[in-house]
Design a protein around this ligand. Sequence first.
Ligand SMILES: [Zn+2]
Length: 328
Amino acid sequence: MTELAGNIRGSTRQLVCSPVKRLINRIDPPVIVLLYHRVTTLPSDPELLAVSPANFREQMQYLKDTFPIVRFEEDWSGIANPAVCVTFDDGYADNALEALPILEEVGVPATFFVSTGRIGSRSEFWWHELERIILETESLPPSFTLADDRFGRSWPTGLPGERRAFYQGIVRLMNDVDAGQRTDWLAQLRRWAQTGEGVTDRHRAMTVDELHLLAASSRVTIGAHTVTHTRLSSLSQAVQREEISASKRELEGWLGREISTFSYPFGRRSDYTQESIALCRQAGFSKSAANFPGQAHRWTDPYQIPRNLVRNWPLEIFTGKLRGFWTR
Ligand SMILES: [Zn+2]
């Protein structure tokens, strides 16, 4: 998952053609790393995470026909031409069920960074549970008061606009707290809305069998993405270490192979710290992916590789955005 406000700003940013970047790209051909989350069709998608299977197939076919496609874990220092790399974050079931068949059919390799805490649980990621409780429950009380020593406050929830503002406000707050606090807040919300724990199949993470199915493809690399998908910069060093190394350990236990790459939850520069980078190195990762736009060059920090978010764009928009990714 990415940060909501950042997504909106990023997707509407004016792309400015930079002659300097064009020159740099000629001197050192870059890799453009693309960031996806989901390939599926959803009735509503407030976080803009899903690309439809039809758009994804066209995007992959265009990449395959137009650029060399490299794998995330490879050494890119010797590439002769600008290249692209396809990555996914989080570990949704649709990665195995809807994205994988298209990648196989078109012949495109991809790396899937998987957050391990939800694998096999058949429950939703926390941002989808918020969506379901706040935006999709038919009738709710007129206001919600969050009981919390530091973040406690009230929101009106009677009108659709108030519900949307509440959803966006509490997503932002939840980005800044640890998994224990989130669990407590979600329990408060469930009690308030008189609803049970998330059971929507639509937003679930992969089962262990689906993870095996995905990892069995010769096109696929699996990377780690923490256990609980918490903003690393909000955690102590000890908890960061556990989040980073336990996700590697769990994936290696399931798959019986070394996991050598990682991506930071949310991934903006403010979402991780120099400690996070050092901990990734110590855990044995050779590369880590961030989530801010840019190109990966020979001199790019391998533990802060920029990635460019892809939305549910039809081909003509995708090709235009892609042109912008080489210079932004
Ligand atoms: Zn994520």
